[in-house]
Design a protein around this ligand. Structure first.
Ligand code: GUN
Length: 174
C-alpha cells in the first residue's frame, strides 16, 4: 500500500488499518483522517505527532496508560495486540529467565507507583539488557520528563508500525 492508496481509504477502512499505530488508541487515526490527503508517509506521521503534542498532560498520560507492561501480565495471558506481541518478542521479552522476569516485574511496578503510568520504550530499537538498564535508570527520573520521554518512545513505535503498513511492497490489509 502506498500513500495514494492511504488517501483513498474510506474512514472505516482507514481506522481499521491504522487503529493500533498508537497502542490501543484508535481515536488517533480517527482524528487524523480529516487531515488527508497526505503528501507522504512522513506527512501522515507528522499529523499524528501534532495531534499528540497538543493534548494536555492528562491526555498524554492516557496514551501511555494504554500500553501494556513489557513482559507483563498481558504477555503471559496472550492478551497483547499483535504489534505489541511481535515487538516484545523481538526484544527478548518473551524469553526472560526467571531472575530477569522478576527484576522486570519489580521495576515495572516501581515505575508505575512513582509516575502513575507504565514504562514505554520502543522495544524494536532495544534489546533485553538495554531495556532493563533504561527501566532502572528512568525509575529515578521526574514525572514531566518521563511523560515527555514516554511520548517520544510512542512516536518511535508509531513510526515503525506505520512503515510496516505503508510501504510500496507491504501487503494491503483490506
Ligand atoms: N514498546 C513497544 N511496544 C510496547 C508495548 O506494547 N508496551 C510497552 N510498555 N512498550 C512497548
Amino acid at each position: 500500500m502506498d500513500i495514494s492508496a492511504v488517501n483513498a481509504l474510506p474512514y472505516e477502512d482507514f481506522v481499521n488499518i491504522f487503529e493500533n499505530v498508537v497502542e490501543r488508541c484508535p481515536l488517533i487515526p480517527a482524528a487524523v483522517w480529516t487531515r488527508r490527503p497526505f503528501v507522504s508517509l512522513g506527512d501522515m506521521e507528522a499529523a499524528i505527532n501534532e495531534f499528540i503534542d497538543v493534548l494536555p498532560d492528562s491526555g498524554k498520560e492516557g496514551i501511555l496508560r494504554c500500553h501494556p507492561d513489557l513482559a507483563g501480565r498481558d504477555l503471559r495471558s496472550g492478551a497483547l495486540t499483535r504489534e505489541s506481541r511481535e515487538e516484545q518478542a523481538s526484544a527478548g521479552m518473551a524469553a526472560l529467565s526467571a531472575g530477569e522476569a522478576a527484576r522486570m516485574a519489580r521495576l515495572n511496578h516501581d515505575y508505575k507507583e512513582r509516575f502513575g503510568f507504565p514504562f514505554v520504550i520502543c522495544a524494536r530499537m532495544n534489546d533485553k539488557a538495554n531495556i532493563l538498564q533504561q527501566l532502572s535508570q528512568r525509575c529515578l527520573s521526574a514525572r514531566p520528563a518521563e511523560r515527555a520521554r514516554g511520548i517520544e518512545e510512542v512516536k518511535k513505535i508509531c513510526r515503525l508500525r506505520l512503515q510496516a503498513l505503508v510501504l510500496p511492497d507491504a501487503p494491503n490489509k483490506l
